[in-house]
Ligand binder design. Structure first.
Ligand code: NAD
Length: 341
């Protein structure tokens, strides 16, 4: 089978999960990851047998800490086909020239400026970015909204979408970040950037507006969404369509937890290390009244964009020419939706 060689720049929350996911793909080979500091995350990479590459001037610092380095940034870039840039928001853009010079295709993350590359979501524009040099996988919240809207748009045409995004204040390891108390309405004046990013993928025609609230939690985001359709809709059609949307789960049937904490615990019980790649819609939250509908769902910020990064690699390298083909391979390898009853 043909495979592509992948490198990951930045082995943090997103980068390490992308690296682990690449290792599970039948058509990809992880050549290594770029680290700038010989910290505990470097140790985690080594323990998984992942090769570390570092900026030339930093290699000695790694060696002094007893961490083996396989080569420089340039060495890695010259031995891969695709780099997934998962450096801190706004840092990837500084690497752009190096990626172009090395002739590697690049998957950027949502923290980079939208102008860097076409904003990507495999449910909407996989075929449009086939063979391109770079894409930008949109943020975790934007990805969650896009998946849910994909399900809703198959029921009837949308007239209006309004949402409130309750965002986790920090990831678990971001010990210096807050708030540790209080809810922050940010920005105070809508729209938050999420609805703007959704339009970058779906199109400006969509009448969508989101508010965003930052909450003192590390576990997950929770969205409350309200939509108005152009025709009457039925609750069962919405549930059915969401159930049939890739990477969306409707939690119903068994008594599912109502909190983000218990859902993360469930993901740990299921042997996923607490990661939830799927948007989890609370079935009982789906409310319908003629043209209107409302629903609430959870987005696990650390892992939701991982399958989309894998699809992005396939699209850029034409490993799969159709979105459904790539989604099937990715989802099988990661066990996506495998836990739904
Ligand atoms: P992170 O801080 O957890 O990881 C970034 C990694 O890059 C760290 O290991 C850091 O040491 C390393 N790094 C720092 N400077 C570097 C440099 N100059 N060169 C190479 N590596 C460097 O960040 P993250 O949360 O994984 O975010 C990465 C990107 O993913 C951002 O664009 C972010 O907006 C986006 N994103 C984050 C989340 C999330 O919830 N964490 C969700 C979706 C998208």
């Amino acid at each position: 089978m043909r495979y592509v060689r992948v490198g990951v720049n930045g082995y943090g929350t997103i980068g390490k999960r992308v690296a682990w996911a690449v290792m599970k793909q039948p058509d990809m080979k992880l050549v290594g990851v770029i680290k700038t500091r010989p910290n505990w995350e470097a140790l985690s990479a080594i323990s998984r047998g992942i090769s570390i590459y570092a900026p030339k001037e930093r290699i000695k610092v790694f060696e002094d800490a007893g961490i083996k380095v396989s080569g420089s940034v340039e060495d890695l870039l010259s031995s891969i086909d695709v780099v997934v840039d998962a450096t801190p928001a706004g840092t990837g853009v500084k690497y752009l020239k190096s990626y172009v010079r090395a002739g590697v295709k690049t998957v950027f993350q949502g923290g980079e400026p939208a102008s860097i590359a076409p904003s990507f979501n495999p449910l909407y524009n996989y075929e449009k970015v086939l063979g391109r040099d770079r894409v930008r996988v949109v943020s975790c919240n934007t990805t969650g909204i896009l998946r849910v809207l994909h399900g809703l748009m198959r029921v009837a045409e949308l007239e209006v979408v309004r949402g409130v995004i309750i965002r986790r204040g920090a990831d678990l390891k971001e010990v210096g970040k807050g708030p540790i108390e209080g809810l922050i309405l940010k920005p105070v004046r809508p729209p938050s950037h999420h609805s703007e990013d959704v339009k970058r993928v779906i199109g400006d025609w969509l009448n969508i507006l989101t508010y965003s609230v930052i909450a003192p939690t590390t576990l997950a985001h929770l969205h409350v969404m309200y939509v108005r359709f152009k025709e009457r809709v039925r609750r069962e059609d919405i549930i059915d369509s969401l159930k049939n949307t890739p990477r969306v789960i409707v939690a119903e049937g068994v008594e599912y937890p109502s909190s983000t904490a218990e859902l993360r615990e469930l993901a740990r019980d299921l042997g996923r290390g607490g990661d939830i790649y799927e948007v989890v819609v609370w079935g009982d939250s789906v409310w319908v009244n003629n043209y209107e509908a409302g629903l609430a769902y959870m987005v696990h910020q650390e892992s939701i964009v991982i399958p989309d990064n894998i699809d992005a690699i396939r699209a850029l390298t034409k490993l799969a020419v159709r979105a459904d083909e790539s989604i099937r391979i990715t989802d099988t390898s990661l066990g996506i939706k495998g836990w739904v009853k």
